[in-house]
Design a binder for this molecule. Structure first.
Ligand code: NAD
Length: 321
């Protein structure tokens, strides 16, 4: 952590659509005083820093924004990694793994070599695997290596449930858990409108049904594919999710967010990063919350973690060769 003064500093690695959506959201969020932008295409980072800086006069706050090199990470509080190859139409997130793993060898190595002692926040897909690789390559403690996990999926779920029940999404308490990808699931036993469980609302209701809830979960799962088909990439939603997590860390909020966290026995899982509700504060992941899942939900969690572990094994095998 940057203990030298109260100024908060973020270094963003990857000035593409996701990284810059986050950076743009930062402009009016006033959560840090300094933003360094690193990209393999340094000229692009310079152009982005200039363009963003010109918005500052209208943002109601000030911030030092510049194209950086890795030495800027030394006193940063947070390094946010959005670098990589974006998902193309028809491609699964797992297909991206091999390319992005090589990119991370270079990036994480350089960040650590700078003397960085803050928190890593990873958005690059497949995010649960990339976060695990970041922990391994950096040697940082797990609580300081965080993935965006299912925060975006959870936001999509709350938005859709809010429309369905005609309630402000801020009063919907529901999570998507597991892999940020096809094996993710919604534990409906833990989904509430206000303090009323959604299953009990649907029970015997003429207006709401369990089938429609399942349809909403499918829509959440398919959202990225649908957006990518329509506009080739998703970035505003994840930009806001990154901002939400960064704020929770830098402002020491203690907020509950479904980030990708390293499980060490929670939910009966060990040695795997997956999206679970966590309490997030200045130290990173303050605590992983263990919800009282039903047996069926626990099975879904186990299947999702099993899938993520098998991907890691495939990666280890292919890099051994
Ligand atoms: P993009 O192609 O627009 O941007 C990627 C950037 O990374 C480019 O500017 C590129 O120059 C840079 N880059 C590549 N290699 C680099 C290296 N070695 N060092 C530094 N910079 C490097 O892609 P995007 O649309 O911004 O997506 C970025 C990542 O975010 C993808 O992996 C995508 O799948 C992921 N994503 C994650 C979520 C989520 O929920 N976690 C949501 C959307 C997208």
């Amino acid at each position: 952590m940057n203990h030298t003064d109260d100024k908060k500093k973020i270094v963003l690695v990857g000035a593409g659509l996701v990284g810059m959506s986050f950076a743009y959201a930062l402009l009016s969020a006033h959560i840090c005083e300094e933003l360094g932008i690193i990209d393999i295409d340094h000229r692009r980072a310079e152009g982005e820093a200039m363009d963003l800086s010109h918005g500052l006069a209208f943002s109601g706050g000030n911030m030092l924004i510049y194209a950086a090199d890795y030495s800027a990470c030394k006193d940063a509080d947070l390094v946010v990694i959005c670098a990589g190859v974006p998902q193309k139409g028809g491609e699964t997130r797992i297909d991206l793994l091999h390319n992005n793993s090589k990119v991370f060898d270079e990036i994480v190595g350089k960040v650590v070599a700078s003397g960085f002692d803050g928190i890593f926040l990873v958005a690059t897909n497949p995010v649960d695997i990339m976060t695990r690789l970041t922990m391994e390559k950096s040697g940082f403690p797990a609580e300081r290596v965080i993935g965006t996990g299912t925060t975006l999926d959870t936001a999509r779920l709350r938005y859709l449930l809010g429309s369905y029940f005609e309630v402000d999404p801020r009063n919907i308490h529901a999570y998507v858990m597991g892999e940020h990808g096809d094996s993710e699931f919604v534990p409906w036993s833990q989904a509430f409108v206000g303090t009323k469980n959604v299953l009990s609302i649907c029970d015997g209701s003429a207006d709401h049904s369990r089938e429609q809830l399942d349809d909403i979960a499918s829509q959440v799962k398919g959202a990225a594919y649908k957006i990518i088909e329509a506009k080739r990439a998703t970035y505003y939603g994840i930009g806001m999710a990154l901002l939400r997590i960064a704020r929770a860390i830098l402002s020491n909020e203690g907020s509950v967010l479904t980030v990708s966290a390293y499980l060490q026995g929670e939910y009966g899982q060990r040695g795997v990063y997956a999206g679970v509700p966590c309490v997030i504060g200045r130290e990173g992941i303050r605590r992983i919350m263990e919800l009282d899942l039903t047996a069926d939900e626990n099975e879904k969690m186990a299947a999702s973690c099993h899938f993520l572990k098998s991907v890691m094994s495939q990666l280890y095998e292919s890099t051994d060769k």
